[in-house]
Design a binder for this molecule. Structure first.
Ligand code: GLN
Length: 277
């Protein structure tokens, strides 16, 4: 069996996720798009392509996320490179981007903490070419992936920096906006064993026994880096809205608001820091 139509037919009988992803894997192997597959069912794969398809399909059946198999993931209509050194950008993280674009900011200096593949920074850069965006990560490997994405998408307004949250940053409250999708899953959460999460970098997913360690650091540290009237927007877990709003309040943020994702789960919180130094 080496024809496109036969392979797609066989894949349809696999478990739901593998059946849905098999055409995408096949298209990736053949460097075509999906519609090409359906137009050319008689096309015969050579041995090398067939072996590559079978290997990748088996890895998918073993639970590896599609994005790590193809090395690509779309976010905010941008084609991003991803590797196992970076979290795979999630659709709900587009909410952070929407919230940022909805703020009354003209010229802005923006800080994206824990940028991973660079997804948030690149989405903002594509929409607001005049913003100056600094994107950080503690992982040098992730920063290399982000750098490749910045180069491929020719985002001239992103600067990448190695930093552990605010630790290696300087300046006298330089930013009008700080944005972050930090790790927020509790260590030991059963969700970590599902949905391909075992293949993603633990450091990008978990943050202490309640998942809030990094959110605490970010919310408490942000006022020291925000201009008066600057904004902080963070993503968090669906059961963390109340606690995160409290953290914002304790840190001195005002107009604090939590927004829900498409599945009506608390997902992001934002607030404004108006106090002068
Ligand atoms: N939303 C991701 C998940 O639960 C977690 C991402 C994160 O920790 N920032 O699958």
């Amino acid at each position: 069996m080496n024809k496109v139509g036969e392979l797609l037919g066989a894949a349809a009988a696999l478990n739901q996720e593998a059946a849905a992803d098999a055409p995408l894997i096949l298209a990736h192997v053949l460097r075509k798009d999906r519609s090409w597959l359906y137009a050319w069912p008689e096309y015969q794969l050579d041995d090398r392509a067939l072996a590559q398809y079978e290997t990748l399909l088996q890895r998918r059946l073993d639970g590896e996320p599609l994005a790590y198999l193809t090395g690509h993931r779309e976010f905010w209509s941008l084609d991003l490179l991803v590797t196992p050194a970076t979290l795979i950008p999630r659709p709900e993280t587009e909410l952070l981007v929407e919230a940022a674009l909805g703020l009354p900011l003209q010229q802005a200096r923006v800080l994206d903490l824990g940028t991973g593949s660079g997804a948030i920074a690149l989405a903002l850069a594509s929409e607001r070419p005049h913003w100056h965006i600094t994107a950080t990560d503690i992982s040098e490997e992730a920063l290399e992936v982000a750098a490749r994405n910045v180069k491929r998408l020719q985002a001239a307004n992103i600067r990448l920096l190695h930093s552990h949250w605010f630790e290696f940053l300087h300046g006298n409250r330089p930013y009008q906006l700080i944005i972050s999708n930090p790790p927020y899953v509790a260590e030991g959460d059963p969700h970590l064993r599902e949905d391909g999460l075992p293949h993603e970098p633990a450091a990008a997913l978990t943050a202490g026994p309640d998942g809030l360690n990094d959110l605490r650091t970010i919310v408490a540290g942000a006022p020291g880096f925000l201009q008066p009237g600057g904004w902080l927007i963070v993503e968090h877990g669906m059961d963390q809205g109340t606690t995160v709003r409290r953290l914002f309040g304790t840190a001195g943020f005002e107009t604090v608001e939590t927004r829900q994702d498409l599945e009506r789960r608390d997902r992001i919180t934002l607030g404004c820091y108006s106090r002068s130094p």
